[in-house]
Design a protein around this ligand. Sequence first.
Ligand code: FO1
Length: 307
Amino acid sequence: MITVLAGGVGAARLLRGLVQVIDPASITAVVNTGDDTVLHGLSISPDLDTVTYTLSGRSDDERGWGLAGESWTVMDQLATLGGETWFRLGDRDLATHLYRTQRLYEGARLSEVTGELAQRFGVHVTLLPMSDDPVRTRLTLADGTEVGFQEYFVFLAHSVPVRAVAFEGAGTARPGPGVLEALREAERVVICPSNPVVSIAPILAVPGVRQAVADRRADTVVVSPLVGGAALKGPADRLLREMGHGASSEGIARFYADLAATMVIDVSDEADSAMVEATGVRCVVAPTVMANATRAAALAKVVLDDR
Ligand code: FO1
């Protein structure tokens, strides 16, 4: 079994590569729920949905979230009513949130609902929420105001400086069912090229998870989310700098030094490999920009085969 720590888009891309190279049923994804939010009374789990939709082949890859061929009738009507429409919920996507909200209301756990949705979407990778307990990423902006993740990422278009990041509820959250076992039993643990500060860190903040990954350091490989010191999408480079880690291959290596023995960096960053190795992390250089499924499969091979 291969176990991956997954955020949103970057993780979905690598998973799409992994399922081409090995049996999807042999892959378990521990997915970030720190982005989860309640809007219009609906329970929304963006990273779980992005991974589910992408693996089902029904995601809108252009947009990076939600479903392909989406219509926006409800959002348009809500706008005429003066409702909140800054967080765009497509008509089909809404069905997912209605289903999840109803099941949670009936007392089902997020992990159960995630399994039901994965099954309905024909996804054979095992998707595990990092926790069934609520963990919410909160950001304190440079001006002192505190906002929820989606307010930062969408409403503010992550275009504001951040002073601190916290994961509300992490202290009392329990690892989701199967999470620690998946980390202990995996032949290989893969940390996906998701945002280290707000997509991977919340997973590691769930008590027991960081240690479980550290215990597997020799078998853990991380794919850098940066290419040339920049994120391909989203605020990873800015947040890494703002949190004092540095937006570089070396900064990423230090961020994960006690968790992963190996790091994959892009060919354009080949010159960084000596510095990465100086941090005690073995460096593998390969194309990490997953522009299409073929490139994703090639990177998946590197991630799996290299020991
Ligand atoms: N991202 C946006 O930039 N704008 C949106 O309106 C938006 C809506 C949305 C709805 C459902 C969903 O699952 C994701 C959505 N996202 C949107 C992406 C979301 O903010 C990110 O996927 C994560 O939270 C960060 O990876």
